[in-house]
Design a protein around this ligand. Structure first.
Ligand SMILES: Cc1ncc(COP(=O)(O)O)c(C=O)c1O
Length: 510
């Protein structure tokens, strides 16, 4: 009862009404009703009550609207994928039964997010929706300045236009592909300083997203400070399996960056999932509220880029957050050129409203628990079938280790892509290759890069699929696993773009 009462009280303020309420009064109400203290008290109480009553965990939401999805036959899928040049990005959505291509922009918005859309303020400058978002960002990250952008890579484009110059070095932990793309496009170099255990899919290290601070310091020592654009810390670390970065590591990276006079930027697409892992895995954080943990993470950074399509549970949107007014000013010019005026930058007022609401919902512990436990549910099913998956399970996806699934398969024939195609043909599941295709070519030598991890990512959209869908997905992968010795031939590239080739590549069977 207490839980229900507090939820109702906390979610009724006029954050998603027309925004004409004076900001001060709205802020005051928000602070009263969703302070970290009340949140953590509520969550701790629920956990305790569930324990005492011996009740299992269940989703903190119910379904209000449904969308049909389509089954197909194997023959149909074989034809469709050949017509799509064996690139899963080229399929039409109706040709896919369960779409696990990405968790980006594919989540289900809540009734409150939809309600907030109806009261979006579409003023060109100074809209109340912009101020809603500003308030939410300040509350959850501590950053005073921000620029809205249409998505995460646009945030990278705006920020890197100020920070990254040709010849620069940008150290970080397994930069995401668009991040690396923006760096390499500017003729700079991304240097990966992730811990070595990240490439061991069986290592139980709870924080495999961490930076190896020894590697980072070597880079910072060996390079003149004016040749280092910034350090980029991606939380969670998508590329190595949605693996979290510990608070201790964030703090260490902050100290090193300060020591060498370099800015630390957090790529924050899945910051709330990272905070959940800190709470559940790192000593000293069990009793802390997710939002307090988030604020602490951001307190170590000079800025952030955000793809709101992930942890803010919206279908489009992003932003850059800044501590420093001068950097904000410089980036504002690029925002105006590339995105739009600084109070909407690529987003409509209604989208900014939904994003502000989504930031609050995405940092609720019960929601995060349901999300991350669903990912683990799928991972556990696959493990029971003996399928080699990356462990510990990440925050947003299950990653299948292609090197262990089909061990003798030639790397030149793209084993993870081959498996992803098999899963589609077997059961209409669309995953994504995170391996040699995505790793692209070395910008200087143009040789193919073969990363340590060759994986198929099955990313779960937020609040979209049920555990019955997860059972189906695991069974499809199991069927392919049982026939793995028959998978002998892979794929060759017949056309590719000069950069970020995996999105548009055309393949054919070897
Ligand atoms: C860690 C990370 N950073 C940046 C991005 C880019 O964001 P967007 O797809 O919104 O452009 C993504 C997208 O998947 C991501 O996972």
């Amino acid at each position: 009862m207490l839980f229900i009462h507090l939820q109702v009280v906390r979610e009724t303020p006029d954050r998603y009404h027309n925004g004409r309420v004076p900001i001060k009064s709205r802020q005051k109400r928000f602070h009263v009703f969703s302070s970290g203290f009340i949140n953590s008290l509520t969550n701790n109480l629920i956990t305790l009550i569930y324990k005492i009553m011996n009740l299992p965990y269940a989703e903190p939401f119910k379904t209000k609207m449904v969308e049909n999805i389509y089954r197909s036959t194997k023959d149909q899928r074989e034809k469709w994928i050949a017509d799509a040049s064996f690139n899963l990005f080229n399929l039409r959505s109706e040709q896919v039964y369960i779409d696990l291509l990405t968790d980006s922009g594919t989540g289900a918005m809540s009734d409150k997010q939809w309600a907030s859309i109806m009261v979006g303020d579409e003023s060109y400058a100074g809209s109340s929706s912009y101020y809603h978002l500003k308030e939410a960002i300040k509350e959850l990250t501590g950053f005073d300045y921000f620029l809205p952008t249409h998505q995460g890579r646009a945030a990278e484009n705006v920020l890197f236009s100020v920070l990254v110059k040709a010849g620069d070095i940008v150290p970080g932990n397994s930069h995401f592909d668009t991040t690396k793309g923006h760096i390499e496009f500017r003729k700079a170099t991304a240097v990966d300083c992730t811990v070595d255990t990240a490439s061991d899919t069986t290592s139980p290290n709870p924080f495999k997203g961490n930076v190896d601070t020894g590697k980072l310091e070597n880079v910072l020592k060996a390079t003149a400070a004016d040749k280092i654009s910034c350090v980029i810390l991606t939380i969670t670390n998508n590329t190595v399996g949605g693996q979290p970065v510990s608070m201790a590591n964030i703090r260490e990276v902050h100290k090193l960056s300060k020591k060498y006079g370099i800015r630390l930027i957090i790529d924050s697409a899945r910051f709330a999932e990272n905070a959940y892992f800190i709470k559940t895995r790192e000593e000293g954080y069990a009793d802390k509220d997710i939002r307090d943990i988030a604020r602490e993470m951001f307190s170590y950074a000079d800025g952030m880029t955000m793809s709101s399509k992930k942890d803010a549970i919206v279908n489009i949107g992003g932003f850059v957050g800044f501590r420093d007014e001068e950097l904000f000013r410089q980036a504002s010019t690029y925002n105006i050129i590339f995105e739009g005026f600084i109070t909407y930058g690529g987003m409509s007022g209604r989208d900014m409203n939904a994003l502000a609401q989504g930031l609050y919902e995405g940092t609720e512990f019960p929601y995060l628990e349901s999300r991350i436990k669903q990912v683990a549910y799928l991972g556990q099913k696959m493990k029971e079938y003996g399928i080699p998956v990356l462990e510990p399970f990440g925050g947003h996806a299950i990653f299948i280790d292609a090197k262990r699934f089909i061990p003798d398969f030639p790397k030149e024939e793209f084993p993870a892509q081959t498996l992803a195609l098999e899963f589609y043909i077997e059961g209409g599941i669309r995953g994504a290759e995170i391996g040699a295709l995505m790793a692209d070519r070395d910008p200087v030598t143009r040789a193919n890069r073969y990363p340590a991890l060759e994986m198929v990512r099955l990313a779960l959209p937020r609040r979209v699929y049920s555990n019955n869908h997860m059972d189906y997905v695991a069974a499809v992968v199991r069927n392919v696993f049982e026939k793995r010795n028959d998978i002998r031939k892979g794929f060759k590239i017949i056309w590719e773009a000069p950069i970020m080739r995996h999105f548009t590549v055309k393949l054919d069977r070897v």
